[in-house]
Design a protein around this ligand. Sequence first.
Ligand SMILES: [Zn+2]
Length: 219
Amino acid sequence: MKNEKAVVVFSGGQDSTTCLFWALENFKEVIAVTFDYNQRHVSEIECAKNITKELGIKHHILDMSLLNQLAPNALTRDEIEVKDGENGELPSTFVPGRNLLFISFAGVLASQVGAKHIITGVSETDFSGYPDCRDVFIKSLNVSLNLSMDQSFAIHTPLMWLNKAETWKLADELGAFDFVREKTLTCYNGIIADGCGVCPACILRKNGLEEYLLEREEL
Ligand SMILES: [Zn+2]
């Protein structure tokens, strides 16, 4: 794969930044694509821009505001509270069709730039109940994309079977631990690095980090 081109679905968060480093390790040319769907925090887009700039990666930002028009949710509307799903319900941060749309548009971009590989940081391990983070969905979308464009794309999901601690470990193995810790934005309240510490995204990130740091100390 070393001589090939890859498109990374990139949000500026811990997971997709780790994927960006993974892609830099595995492909000759890496292109990042970020989707702007009026996230509550403009800082998410700014953070993504700063990271690609620092790494010298070509970066496309695509307007997906129609997603907010169709499916208002806790990531785009201040009046909707961020909360975990209860009694089998999906969390309020779930955006129906998000990964379907994002990965499909990444596929369109990949076909335009002649890239065969598409990388996304979805994970079935810590998937918070999002159905479009499941491996079976990604595999089915891979088939659909190939059929729709008569292409032979390969969708890569380096984090699919990793928990948050293992994702920190992967970043560390890629020599990107400090970069990911200090420069990425995962927090639902728009605070970079360790975040607000209390929202569900921060708690997930912090628990994984603490677990990994403990493990690293024992080595
Ligand atoms: Zn937070």
